[in-house]
Design a protein around this ligand. Structure first.
Ligand SMILES: [Zn+2]
Length: 278
């Protein structure tokens, strides 16, 4: 009997000890859970913020990497007016029209004309008024430039003349008659890359040179050939071009284009060979 009572007592004690342990266990667990959430919860938003800013930093880095093309994109419609074969007796008048409209243009000048001392004042004026002058060879002679492969030496000579007259150091050249087919020649292209020359053809051929008696057709040609966001218009220092230049400017303004001048440090490729290296 005693033994059985003792046994029951022991059993009861065992049960209450068990209950106590379970109770304590639950309390400790609850405390741990509360502690866990008190400890973790406030830091969670911080962690989220930290993660977010890390992600933003990565995105920002990407943006910086893509700065050049995205910059180009944000520019919207851009037109580069270009004039070949100068300097000439008309250069000053072209500069007057551009000044009147507050537009900077890109000129490709020919060495044989740059050597004429009476025209050099226009060359200097063009630079002082914010225009760019690139090279268009010394002779403009197809056979000499492409068949006899004098392209690079002639361009270098022309660039040196521009530097002598204006103090600028341009790298951009325009191939007479365009880069196709003349610059398909690999030897010339190797020389171009080695000398770090940049080549610009055009996206719009105005055909102004062939229209001395029909200047209105120049405007028509330009209008129907304006199709993309970045246009490079080929024109020449000709009387018929000068005559319609204000109308050409008005057309691009109406179409929402901004006028830009070429810059060596913002070069983009524009050549019929689709060669990204020049
Ligand atoms: Zn030319």
């Amino acid at each position: 009997m005693n033994a059985s009572r003792e046994g029951r007592k022991t059993k009861d004690r065992k049960i209450s000890t068990k209950k106590l342990i379970i109770g304590l266990g639950i309390s400790i667990l609850s405390l741990m859970i509360i502690y866990f959430f008190m400890g973790i919860l406030p830091s969670t938003p911080e962690k989220v913020v930290a993660e977010k800013s890390k992600k933003q930093a990565i995105v920002k880095k990407k943006d910086e990497m893509q700065e050049y093309p995205s910059k180009e994109k944000s520019k919207g419609k851009v037109v580069f007016l270009t004039f070949d074969d100068g300097p000439s007796e008309l250069t000053g008048k072209f500069l007057d029209v551009l000044k009147e409209h507050n537009i900077k243009a890109t000129f490709f000048m020919q060495g044989s004309n740059l050597q004429k001392s009476n025209l050099q004042k226009y060359v200097k004026r063009a630079i002082s008024e914010g225009h760019y002058i690139g090279a268009h060879s010394m002779t403009h002679d197809y056979s000499k430039l492409y068949e006899k492969k004098k392209f690079v030496p002639e361009m270098k000579e022309t660039l040196a003349l521009i530097h002598e007259i204006t103090g600028t150091s341009p790298h951009l050249v325009r191939p007479p008659y365009g880069s196709m087919p003349g610059l398909k020649n690999k030897k010339i292209r190797k020389q171009i890359i080695k000398e770090e020359l940049k080549i610009w053809d055009w996206t719009i051929e105005s055909e102004d040179w062939s229209l001395p008696n029909n200047p209105k057709q120049i405007i028509k040609n330009i209008k129907k050939r304006t199709t993309i966001d970045t246009e490079v218009v080929l024109m020449h220092e000709k009387p018929q071009t000068l005559k319609v230049l204000p109308k050409i400017i008005a057309f691009f303004q109406e179409k929402g284009y901004k006028f830009e001048v070429y810059q060596d440090d913002a070069h983009f490729s524009c050549n019929f060979l689709n060669d990204k290296n020049m």
